[in-house]
Design a protein around this ligand. Structure first.
Ligand code: ZN
Length: 236
């Protein structure tokens, strides 16, 4: 076993307060391309037309067309060994929280319970007028824009461009990261703010970065592993 992976394994075995902070790279091993990469959703849709507050007001039908495409591309995706390992660590009482930038629900599908979704979830929707929640996949997809009983437009429960992150989720993420003994950051190039700034709240001395390519935080980390998340977690 690689020495750095062995060290991460040792940290994990000795901790009961691990926090995992993850990005798109966690899901690429489940066959979901990063939105920004070739084959990703932003190749087929202009995010300014389908994922902004302005778009939701002006052309909600287009927003739903995007959502239906996103749900379809997610349809066959299954959690990978990284998701399952994190769920196991939570069951064992070692992992306190998963903080994720992903909206695909794969952590919960793998069995994780305390998942803080910074950008919401594509699996949920809610009424933009009264707030009533709806499961996104049960919307009547052939019939244009779904409406609530109150007449309001039902919108996806994802954080759109031009929208702030949810205060409650952010404060829970900050609190978990601040108190964490081991912070494992995985599958993110840490270029997306404000989410990336969250790791600055970490106060410990066991910050592990697991990402295929280098990140601006590599020099701050106590351990850097440039490999795939699933392959690393398959060994710890
Ligand atoms: Zn409503």
């Amino acid at each position: 076993m690689d020495a750095n992976i062995a060290k991460l394994k040792e940290w994990i075995a000795g901790s009961d307060n691990i926090v995992f902070f993850g990005g798109a790279g966690v899901s690429t091993e489940s066959g979901i391309p990063d939105f920004r990469s070739p084959g990703g959703l932003w190749e087929r849709h202009d995010p300014m037309e389908v994922a902004t507050v302005t778009a939701l007001h002006r052309n909600p039908r287009r927003v739903w067309e995007f959502l239906i495409d996103a749900l379809a591309s997610l349809g066959q995706a299954k959690p990978n060994p990284g998701h399952f390992a994190l769920a196991r660590l939570e069951r064992e009482g070692r992992l306190a929280a998963v903080v994720t930038q992903n909206i695909d629900g794969l952590h919960q599908a793998a069995g994780s319970k305390n998942v803080l979704e910074l950008h919401g979830s594509i699996l949920r929707a809610y009424c933009s007028r009264c707030g009533r929640p709806y499961p996104a996949e049960r919307m009547n997809h052939g019939a244009g824009v779904p409406k609530c009983e109150c007449g309001g437009v039902i919108r996806p429960d994802i954080v759109l461009y031009e929208e702030p992150l949810d205060d409650d989720i952010v404060s829970r993420a900050v609190s978990a990261i601040r108190q964490a003994d081991v912070l494992i950051v995985g599958g993110t190039s840490l270029n997306v703010y404000p989410a990336a700034g969250l790791i600055n709240y970490y106060q410990g001395h066991r910050l592990a970065l697991v990402n295929l390519s280098a990140t601006p935080y590599d020099r701050q980390a106590d351990l850097v592993i440039h490999e795939k998340i699933g392959e690393v977690f398959g060994q710890v």
